[in-house]
Ligand binder design. Structure first.
Ligand code: ADP
Ligand code: MG
Length: 340
């Protein structure tokens, strides 16, 4: 028999539920940046501007020229499990937007001061909603949305203690935008920090964007990947073996436009390099895998950075062959090239 006193089962208050969700989704300012840019892109924005203070800890503002949120839906945008992106299980299974959980804004608003400023094309003007006070007031703005997040983790000092220097947090924020930017050359991005423009990527071709984001050197030392294998396609750039780096800091994998960290994909790429890269050298690549939504489950991880494939072998092989072809390396079972 145990002496632990039993406490009655209780439903948690909404605010606490959101704070728990925030624990999973928001690790640092860059997590907020990722969620807000996801939302801007889901709203069809072609221009996304970020304004950060103190590495994003003091303030993150993301402005977009997307469709906006009608005034009467602004309070809903902040509610837990409220979303415009799916309405049913079939919707979930075919989801093509970045978001669908309806959790991000609620979670962020539970650990920071959030305000939404938005205008739709048919609205008479913009409206601003302050999450903390609930005050909704007329405001001025072009069509689109600005989300402002101030004093991240103000109510959770334990979390705040884990933050690094402003410079480090800024670097993570920029990396979050870079991941989006690589996948969306049709969208212009700008990042301001403390009033200074620190990154700007103009609209252009996929190749131009890769060059702008990862540099001319990356482009020059990589080969085009373009393969259609069964139900999937793989395109992008794979670095030549000589371009390999000590750190795995130029490895970008996307599934249906979503940046993912996937062991299976990484392994597939790695195995294409296995004969030409030794030791711990890390290949560089930007790969976009397109697969029909029914063949991949994106609802695996709260931040959606992990995915699950219905047929993982098929994906592994496709990626391997696509990169193999790009590098023109001998496949397993074929004789090894005798290089210089
Ligand atoms: P999700 O993206 O999973 O739907 P969020 O909490 O991120 O959940 O956003 C809730 C809702 O608020 C979205 O479904 C969308 O309708 C609206 N929304 C959020 N950000 C924007 C934005 N930048 N532009 C237009 N609508 C937005
Ligand atoms: Mg979202």
């Amino acid at each position: 028999p145990t002496a632990v006193p039993r406490r009655p089962i209780r439903e948690l208050p909404d605010e606490l539920i959101s704070q728990i969700a925030a624990g999973e989704v928001v690790e640092r300012p860059a997590s907020v940046v990722r969620e807000l840019v996801d939302n801007a892109l889901d709203a069809g924005a072609t221009e996304v501007t970020l304004k950060l203070l103190a590495g994003g800890v003091r303030s993150i503002v993301v402005e977009d020229n997307g469709a906006g949120i009608p005034a009467d839906e602004l309070p809903l945008a902040l509610r837990r499990h409220a979303t415009s992106k799916i309405a049913s299980l079939p919707d979930l299974e075919a989801v093509s937007t970045m978001g669908f959980r309806g959790e991000a804004l609620a979670a962020i608003a539970s650990i920071a001061d959030v305000s939404l400023l938005s205008r739709t094309a048919d609205g008479p003007h913009a409206f601003r909603l302050d999450a903390r006070s609930g005050e909704l007031a007329p405001a001025a703005r072009a069509v689109g949305t600005s989300v402002e997040v101030r004093e991240l983790f103000f109510s959770t000092p334990a979390r705040r203690k884990f933050l690094k220097t402003d410079a480090t947090e800024l670097a993570h924020c920029i990396e979050a935008v870079r991941r989006h930017a690589l996948a969306r050359p049709d969208v212009a991005f700008a990042v301001w920090h403390e009033g200074k423009l620190v990154e700007q990527w103009r609209k252009g071709t996929a190749e131009q964007r890769i060059k702008d984001v990862l540099g001319e050197d990356f482009l020059a030392a990589s080969r085009a990947v373009e393969a259609h294998i069964g139900p999937l396609s793989v395109r992008g750039r794979a670095g030549v073996p000589d371009a390999a780096r000590a750190r795995a800091d130029q490895q970008y994998c996307y599934v249906n436009g979503r940046y993912v960290r996937d062991k299976l994909l990484a392994h597939g790429v790695r195995s294409a390099y296995e004969d030409v890269l030794h030791g711990s050298r890390q290949p560089t690549y930007v790969l976009f895998v397109e697969i029909s939504p029914e063949r991949v489950d994106v609802n695996v991880h709260p931040t959606k950075i992990e995915v699950r494939f219905r047929d993982s072998r098929e994906v592994h092989q496709a990626v391997r062959h696509a990169v193999d072809d790009a590098l023109a390396l001998p496949r397993a079972g074929q004789p090894e090239a005798t290089g210089p």
